[in-house]
Design a protein around this ligand. Sequence first.
Ligand code: GLU
Length: 493
Amino acid sequence: MSVKPARTRFAPSPTGHLHLGGARTALYAYLLAKKTGGQFLLRIEDTDVSRTVPGAEQEIFDGLRWLGLNYDEGPDIGGPYGPYRQTERREIYHKYIDILVKSGHAYPCFCTPERLDAVRQEQQKLKVNPHYDGTCRALSQDEAARRIANGEKHVVRFKMAQEGVTVAHDHLRGDITLENKQLNDQVLLKTDGLPTYHLAAMVDDHEMGITHVVRGSEWLGTFPLHVNIVRAFGWEEPTWVHLSVFLKPSGKGKLSKRDSVDANKDGYSVFIKDMQDLGFTPEGVLNWGALMGWGVPEGDVMNLEQMVERFSIDSLTPSPAAINFQKLDHFNATHIRLFTTEDLAARLKPYFTREGLNVNDDTLLKIVPLIRERLVTLDDCLAFGAFFFKEDVNPNPEDLIAKGLDAKQSAQIAQRAYQILEEQPTISHERCEPPLRAYVEESGLNANQVFGILRVATTGQKVSPPLFESMEIIGREKCLARIKNAIEVLEKI
Ligand code: GLU
């Protein structure tokens, strides 16, 4: 069966950091477009100018690119339906608001904020839901035009039907029915001449040929209003897909600002910009996010390409999903094991260099197979591999003392190991392991004692990748110098 190519969009407001929820919305919209051979576009919804945060837009561009969710059209790349920033589309909204006013679906409202406040207080006293009382609904078009010509400040409101019901169809939840009298005459155009979300998003989705509106469930409350606006214009409705909400890790209650602070304390984050710093991979983050709201029928480890292959909006679920950072670790570690050596090396390099280490690319390629299985996050490479790129390792003196022995005995062992290694022209696994094992045998020591000293001496740490492979990469001269240093340290204890 051939499917019509979908045009989808991610439409964030530049009011804060791009977070997991936004990224997941973008992901599903992207997958739907790519699955059907359509386009995915980015639109910046910046009409609430007072809430715009400098830098937030750039963070959205960077975050989406880091995730690999490359948009086909957007503010920084253009496209046939631009501009893609709402503050640059004023005239378009004015054209459409005129259509609604002329057809009687919208009206100018001259009520002052003070008056609206008084109305609200009165309604609160009477214990009725706050709503616009409809004063300006009754003005004739001529009267309204005269007041506008006089320069009176005004907004434009949607004229909601006061009788009957609205049935709005969500792809995941089915029909949602609401009595029209519960819907307010919402503001579509503000006094600053900019539209509200309700008008701007509906106009843009129509103008940009959006076939599926994939968005957060916070819009379910105003969803019937949106459907009414689209119908007032006489447009074909897009398919509406309201995604599931995220719950706290405990599963109790919606994820809050506070939870993101707690996440940071544990070395996690819900903000995409932090994910890279913390050593997460786009593959890990996307795979993790994808499964919170998508019941995938087969296998759950997927890169973006595999997600596109398997995606269907019919398998999205509206049930809330609890954030589980252990699963993020799991997916991140799993993807790290799937990267090629070259790819992983390139991804690890920045974590070494940001610590001021001088990375030799050949060495890096050699250590990747040794440390790969130990990495949960990319920055774990420092714990397992920083010593490869250091001149000196400065081990903790206490760590050089082998279990069951004292400093003097440990120094003697290090001395003997030094002699054995010095006799070898190169330090390779094949050359060093047999004579050192022979020494273990004849000395009656156990292997852990001898190799433990060597490990701490050459790597500076008690836990490291396999010892002989590591020593081979560190190289003969450096290994010998490090062991010599360890002997001196032990002799001073
Ligand atoms: N600007 C809205 C937001 O950031 C977008 C909602 C939508 O996708 O339509 O929540």
